[in-house]
Design a protein around this ligand. Structure first.
Ligand code: CA
Length: 236
């Protein structure tokens, strides 16, 4: 079955270009130009991916993404026009799966779309596994911090830490590479995937959010340490 994509973009020329190119790739595409109807269409269509512009009439892309995140696990690829929106886009507030800064090439957009849909397929396959194939509970602990790999759950002082999927994946990656110096590029490639074309600021933003959640004092981090001129090192 072809995958369904909802394009939310109020610039008609761009909306049409996006729809045309995505349809050419074989996807089922719906379009809308405002945030409020984006929500309505998403609820009915249950798209596999939403390409979501930020500046929209009625309701902006931030609010659309925040609302949808509570209701469904659809992948969200955000379109930003300004650099200063990126922190919000990849951060805790919105938690978009990926973003593109305008202007972008269609080739780049299609690569991101494919990567997100592939990711979503893998997730769906994992969720659909029968209970018998569920691996035994496996945890990694560092003092008061415990990562449950089966449930993808993190506890600090026996309290559950609310993490976005990417924050969890980043923490697990750190935990599996304890005391190793990890460059931003390496982290980006391994946690976000080789086909994620974003830059290392994405890593920095997520590290900042993680620190706020697992460090005693996030401005003097003891667990995720910055290595000058290099990257990060997880001390445990
Ligand atoms: Ca716009």
């Amino acid at each position: 079955m072809p995958e369904k994509i909802l394009v939310v973009e109020d610039e008609i020329a761009l909306q049409e270009t996006l729809a045309y190119n995505l349809k050419k790739e074989g996807y089922v595409v719906e379009v809308t130009g405002d945030g409020r109807s984006a929500l309505e269409i998403s609820r009915k269509l249950k798209p596999d991916l939403i390409v979501l512009d930020i500046m929209l009439p009625e309701m902006d892309g931030f609010e659309v993404a925040r609302t949808l995140r509570k209701e469904m696990s659809t992948a969200i690829l955000m379109l930003t026009a300004r650099d200063d929106e990126i922190d919000r886009v990849v951060g805790l507030e919105v938690g978009a799966d990926d973003y593109l800064t305008k202007p972008f090439s269609m080739r780049e957009l299609l690569a991101r779309v494919k990567a997100q849909l592939r990711r979503a397929r893998i997730l769906r396959e994992e969720m659909g596994k029968s209970p018998e194939s569920e691996p035994p509970h496996e945890t990694i602990s560092f003092d008061n911090l415990t990562i449950n790999l089966t449930r993808r759950e993190v506890t600090l002082n026996d309290k559950i830490v609310q993490l976005k999927p990417k924050e969890y994946e980043l923490l697990q990656f750190f935990a599996e590479h304890r005391r190793q110096m990890l460059t931003r590029e390496f982290i980006l490639e391994r946690v976000w995937g080789w086909d994620f074309i974003g830059d290392s600021r994405t890593v920095d933003v997520h590290v900042r959010w993680l620190r706020q959640k697992i460090e005693v004092n996030s401005s003097e981090p003891k667990r995720i340490v910055t290595v000058r001129g290099g990257g990060y090192r997880f001390e445990g």
